[in-house]
Design a protein around this ligand. Structure first.
Ligand code: RIB
Ligand code: CA
Length: 310
């Protein structure tokens, strides 16, 4: 029975790879894509989502644009990682189809309301759209079958020493999201840094033909930096969040209390994770079956690649 997924994202190199997985896995029905400003400006994350939709041929999946920036803070991006356009060196044909015209938050509310308990909500960018949707309709916390994010860390950050980018980009939104009446599955850096597209993975992906040449390999190697000591390849952070929904068997996760630091001068955006709590609000992923993960992801990508070349 397919997993219905609504993906809120900021494409983004790894968001694009996550979209490819959500589209390509026959056990996943991608029911909608919403975009948020994050890695790059909203106009670029939205353009990228629209172009990927047509390039990967899922034209019937609605795309709705959302928040251009955080709830209260100045927008901060990751263009230095993803390139100014957001997809690194990848250039896709202009999209012919447009966004829905509905705000992402309202699309999320309307979509979850139609089929309560059926749709798995996944967020792989800053949590601004999710927070706005919760503020407008708190019941989405009950209507979502599950809620999984790529974000946070219970050790070190990547945007700062303390904070992971998606949380750091909008800590106030993250606080609203983690304080809502649901259990957040947090796929944080501690998990995603186990999912490196290393040399062996890239060599296998290169066998997948034009889809690999035009999209997968350039996305997965854009900030490939073999000069760094013991460089093990780019982590496909966001792919892990989608993979968790379809293949939770590949992950170990523990209940925890996650609080978001919003006031710290040096720690704003930090996810403060307490695994010893008696009042968990989250499930925090800790371990990945790395070989199983790549076998799964590569099998789905190979399936899409075969159709793409046909
Ligand atoms: O910290 C990694 C996260 O930040 C990923 O979602 C990546 O796309 C960036 O948004
Ligand atoms: Ca992202």
């Amino acid at each position: 029975m397919p997993y219905s997924i609504l993906l809120d994202c900021d494409p983004g190199l790894d968001d694009a790879l996550a979209l490819l997985l959500a589209h390509g896995d026959p056990n996943i029905e991608l029911v909608g894509v919403t975009t948020v400003g994050g890695n790059v400006k909203l106009e670029n994350t939205t353009r990228n989502a629209l172009q990927l939709r047509e390039y990967l041929k899922f034209p019937d999946v609605p795309v709705s644009a959302g928040a251009a920036g955080p709830l209260v803070r100045e927008a901060r991006d990751a263009a230095h990682v993803h390139g100014s356009g957001g997809l690194g060196s990848v250039v896709l044909p202009d999209a012919q189809l447009a966004v829905t015209g509905q705000h992402a938050a309202d699309f999320i509310i309307e979509t979850l309301k139609k089929t309560p308990g059926k749709i798995h909500l996944v967020a792989t960018g800053p949590l601004t759209n999710i927070a706005i949707a919760l503020e407008r309709e708190p019941a989405i916390a009950r209507w979502a079958a599950s809620f999984t994010i790529m974000g946070g860390s219970y050790t070190r950050g990547n945007a700062t020493v303390a904070a992971e980018f998606n949380i750091w980009a909008d800590p106030e939104a993250a606080k609203i999201v983690f304080d809502a009446d649901w259990r957040v599955t947090m796929i944080g850096l501690d998990l995603t840094l186990q999912a490196h597209a290393n040399g062996a993975v890239i060599d296998r992906l290169k066998q997948l033909g034009s889809l690999a040449d035009e999209l997968i390999v350039p996305l997965a190697t854009f900030y490939f930096n073999p000069t760094m000591p013991d460089w093990d390849g780019q982590a496909v952070h966001d792919v892990c969040a989608v993979a968790y929904v379809a293949r939770p068997d590949l992950f170990l996760a523990q209940p925890a209390r996650v609080d978001i630091e919003t006031r710290g001068e040096f720690t704003a955006g930090m996810t403060v994770v307490d695994f010893d709590t008696s009042t968990p609000n989250s499930l925090v992923a800790t371990k990945l079956d790395v070989d199983g993960f790549w076998a799964y992801v590569e099998s789905v990508y190979a399936r899409v690649a075969a159709e793409h070349s046909a």
